[in-house]
Design a protein around this ligand. Structure first.
Ligand code: ATP
Length: 920
């Protein structure tokens, strides 16, 4: 992947790697804030994308934006999800390797939205056929179904994914998406039976009740009112304004049919959703242990009965009921994902859940650091640049603390769950103290020093994660780690008439006497296989940040964001990324962008790009400690060096857009250098006013000086005049454009007649003003057409084709050529007959002669009267051959063409345009 991008946005830096003030957290946050306040939600750290949730619809996800990013080099456009997606896609197509994009961030930070947008990007920009469209539609439509069953409203996010998601998209050798599958991790089954205050159960329950038609509800024995169901009223969260369950139901219903679910599947699926609701309403009484409403459960779950006489007490009976509900929902979710592709499922608890999530983050952080370091190291090696070891915090020590066999926290927890005898959360805590008590990243109240002791409860243990300390309450760890489902209930489910339920509780499971794996172990194993999948692919990273807790657009909560910057390991990543060189770029790309800053490389460099870059940076004055030249890339150590180069480039671009090209070149070399140096100095001293004062001093001195103008100063005055006139031309006073002003000239009528630029309904005055400038060029066009029409490739006859602006200029050459009646000036490459060497020259056309000029010297003069002829190729290149008479050796200065009869010139533009511009 190409390294950092270039330029600054207008707001802050668009790559943190280019932050001036090294890697301070304050500078990081400032930059993030500045950009966020301008709705610039994306910023890079090298190739990692940081995204801050805008909580509002931004106009940056349109199809035209997608097309803009398609196939464009990473650094050429502002940071965007599409750039990450496109880059991964391009590298995959070019290098035939696998890629993953890891999107992380806390709940509500925008991960799901980001993944959907990336999917849409591929759907729109990848090549496809009719057959492939089905795959594409299925990939897109699996989302609403998964969200219905796997997402819920939480306090933090109205559409929170309550499961981990890994989505694979497979592309064929032509880059067309041909398939995909989704792996799901850790569906939060506990939500089925319990929701915290202000939260809801999974969306599908409400969608079914709100959107399902009367007959369906009647068949399922359901009432429309969610308040009737115990499992839906735990969070006391009646109405959520951002959610429209009725509409969402329609979308899900439609998606089912497209992603190939049969009517029977759908019937069974809703049967299960209904049964879970009915299960929740089952009550138990002491001594009776009888299901309050066995009939409904039996019908929707396919005649399974819960009138099981059980030795359980009331509490345990409720526990068993909930266990069944969770198991049914969890497995059905797995079945659902399975139906779309492959699957994995687990369960989490409350504090235990936090422990699992943090363990997962710890593993992913380790992967990120290892892969970034590895990539940096490999790149340096590849480029032949010496590797300087980078000090960084390796969080492997924490991963080991959690996952090590026999000695890690998960092993100790499993041991406690499985061992005979009375095991409790407290005995687990004691085991932890005994076995990992001396670990530097583990502490309990007993182990803590006087000061910290107060902040840790007796039932807590604290881990020092890479992102900071987290205190976990051990209560419930044992229970949540045990995924118990009573055997007799399993047997009942195995015999269900609902085929989905039967599939989910296979009979073979009953024969398997081995104790099922604990939740933590299942999680550890699925995490290990996820890491294995990721390790085999090239990484791209997107880190999502939640800017405030209120889902409010534009609000940047410093405290909350600082925490996430830490927790996402962004500073660590920046440090690793910035440790060596802030910026690196392929020679070709660097030269292409900055070649205009050096006469030797502008407008074309004909040698190897690496040499061109060397010439270029020598010319603009890079110091040795500022850069290194690798095999294929230039490495720049400090952002300020790059910015100064960018400043000079912008300034030159500005000049190029305002004044004729040759003038820009000759006149401002000194100015450009001054500008570059000035920018460097300004950055170092951070004294912006200095430059302003210096320029003012220069102008005052210049105005006050009495002595005659030297050529340099004269050029400066003329440049100012030129700017003034150009500005005036583009901003003519309004009264000049008044309707009463000027009748359209006859040429306008002609143009109208020929369907040229006078077409359309714009008022006569506007047309007149634009056409007035074109009159001479239109005449020339007519003549040029006679010469080139149908004879030269790429020649366009249309009169509405814009003309090349004449490069008529007297500034540089007037000192050299006394006639001063210039028609046209343009840079050319002149090819010597001796060895066909390319030389950069200016071609100046006057009324009577053509001049070939090298910088400030006339190298050759050819009078038109002596010309033998001019030839051009019939291709769309700029080759022109001028036939010079043998005896025309009127030497002016050094005649560098030898005694040839012909002179080969390569123009930067097709030769017919030259003719259009000067022919007279
Ligand atoms: N790029 C975006 N443009 C506009 N709104 C966004 C964007 N990203 C996120 N949001 C808003 O933020 C909400 C939360 O985002 P999202 O569901 O993607 O978060 P998440 O990180 O996936 O959370 P969870 O981990 O809880 O699933 C979205 O429903 C949407 O309203």
């Amino acid at each position: 992947m190409e390294g950092a991008l270039i330029a600054r946005d207008k707001v802050g830096v668009q790559d943190f790697v280019l932050l001036d003030s090294h890697t301070s957290e304050a500078a990081f946050l400032n930059n993030l804030r500045k950009r966020y306040q301008e709705n610039l939600i994306y910023t890079y750290i090298g190739s990692l994308l940081v995204s801050v949730n805008p909580y509002q619809e931004l106009d940056i996800y349109t199809v035209s934006q997608m097309k803009l990013y398609r196939g464009v080099n990473f650094f050429e456009l502002p940071p965007h999800l599409y750039a990450i997606a496109d880059n991964a896609y391009r590298v995959m197509c070019n290098e035939y390797n696998n890629h993953f994009i890891l999107i992380s961030g806390e709940s509500g930070a925008g991960k799901t939205e980001a993944s959907k947008k990336i999917l849409q990007y591929y759907a729109v920009t990848c090549p496809t056929t009719e057959q492939l469209q089905t795959v594409r539609d299925r990939l897109l439509l699996s989302n609403p179904v998964l969200e219905a069953f796997g997402n819920a409203k939480t306090l933090r996010n109205d559409n929170s994914s309550r499961f981990g998601k890994y989505m694979d998209i497979q592309f064929d050798f032509k880059g067309a998406p041909v398939g995909g599958h989704i792996l799901s991790y850790l569906i939060e089954k506990s939500r089925v039976v319990h929701q915290n205050h202000g939260e809801r159960n999974f969306h599908i329950f409400y969608q079914l009740l709100e959107g399902g038609d009367k007959d369906l509800l009647c068949w399922l024995g359901l009432e429309r009112n969610p308040q009737k169901y115990t499992y839906l009223i735990q969070g006391r969260c009646a109405k959520v304004f951002s959610i429209n369950d009725k509409n969402d139901w329609k979308i899900v219903r439609k998606a089912f049919s497209i992603i190939d679910f049969t009517e029977k599947d759908i019937e069974h699926l809703f049967g299960i959703v209904a049964s879970v609701l009915h299960l929740g309403n089952i009550q138990f009484e002491e001594d009776s242990n009888v299901c309050s409403d066995p009939l409904w459960c039996s019908s929707s779950l396919g005649y399974l009965y819960f009138q099981v006489l059980s030795p359980l007490n009331v509490d345990l009976a409720f526990y068993a009921r909930d266990a069944v509900a969770k198991a049914i929902y969890g497995r059905t979710f797995t079945w659902l994902v399975n139906k779309i592709n492959g699957s994995l499922a687990n369960k989490v608890g409350f504090f235990f859940e936090q422990f699992c999530i943090n363990y997962c983050n710890e593993k992913l952080q380790q992967l990120l650091i290892e892969m970034t370091l590895k990539a940096e190291q490999e790149e340096y090696e590849l480029e032949g640049i010496e590797w300087e070891p980078i000090p960084y915090f390796n969080n492997k020590i924490i991963c080991d603390l959690v996952e090590q066999k026999h000695k890690g926290i998960i092993s100790i927890l499993d041991e406690e769950c499985l061992r005979p005898g009375e095991a409790t959360d407290l005995s687990f805590l004691e085991k932890l103290e005994e076995k990992v008590g001396d670990h530097a990243h583990f502490v309990t109240r007993k182990l803590a020093d006087q000061k910290t002791r107060k902040s840790i409860d007796w039932v807590d243990f604290r881990l020092l994660h890479y992102a900071g300390e987290v205190t976990y309450c051990a209560v419930g760890f044992l229970e949540k780690n045990n995924d118990l489902l009573y055997r007799n209930l399993k047997e009942v489910l195995c015999n269900s008439k609902n085929s989905i339920i039967r599939d989910c509780f296979l009979l073979s499971e009953l024969d398997n006497r081995r104790r099922p794996e604990t939740v933590a172990t299942q999680f550890k194993n699925s995490l290990t296989s996820l890491i294995e999948i990721l390790m085999s692919k090239e990484p791209s990273y997107i880190r999502c940040i939640k800017p405030n807790e209120n889902k409010e657009p534009g609000k940047f909560d410093d405290f909350l964001i600082r925490h996430q910057v830490k927790y996402l390991g962004l500073m660590e990543h920046l440090r690793v990324r910035r440790a060596g060189f802030a910026y690196r770029r392929k020679y070709e790309l660097f030269l292409q962008r900055y070649k205009s800053l050096c006469p030797a490389t502008w407008p074309h460099w004909h040698g190897p790009a690496a040499e061109g870059v060397e010439r270029l940076i020598k010319h603009i004055g890079y110091k040795p400690e500022e850069y290194k030249l690798g095999r294929t890339k230039i490495f720049i150590r400090f952002p300020k060096t790059l910015f100064a180069t960018e400043d000079a480039f912008e300034y030159r671009k500005h000049l190029l857009s305002k004044v004729p090209a040759p003038l820009v070149w000759e006149l401002p070399v000194a100015l450009l250098e001054a500008c570059w140096r000035g920018a460097l100095a300004r950055r170092a001293a951070k004294k912006r006013t200095w430059a302003v004062q210096t320029i003012r001093k220069f102008i005052n001195g210049f105005i006050n000086r009495k002595k005659p103008l030297c050529p340099e100063n004269r050029d400066f005055v003329r440049l100012s005049q030129y700017h003034y006139l150009m500005k005036l031309r583009d901003h003519l006073p309004k009264n000049v454009l008044d309707k009463s002003w000027l009748q359209p000239p006859s040429i306008l009528e002609e143009v109208r007649g020929s369907g040229g630029s006078g077409r359309g309904g714009s008022g006569p005055c506007l047309v007149a003003t634009s056409v007035l400038f074109l009159v001479p060029q239109l005449q020339q066009k007519v003549v040029t057409s006679a010469v080139f029409s149908g004879k030269k490739e790429g020649y366009l006859e249309s009169l509405s084709q814009p003309f090349l602006e004449t490069r008529l200029s007297e500034f540089i050459v007037e000192m050299l050529i006394p006639t001063r009646c210039f028609q046209y000036v343009t840079p050319v490459i002149k090819y010597d007959r001796n060895g066909f060497k390319a030389r950069e020259r200016l071609l100046v056309l006057t009324q009577s002669s053509a001049y070939v000029v090298e910088m400030a010297k006339i190298k050759q003069k050819i009078e038109y009267s002596t010309l033998k002829g001019i030839s051009t190729s019939n291709l769309s290149d700029g080759i022109v051959v001028i036939h010079v008479p043998e005896d025309n050796k009127q030497k002016v200065g050094n005649w560098d063409g030898g005694s040839s009869e012909v002179m080969w010139l390569m123009l930067p533009i097709p030769s017919y345009k030259l003719l259009e511009c000067h022919n007279s």
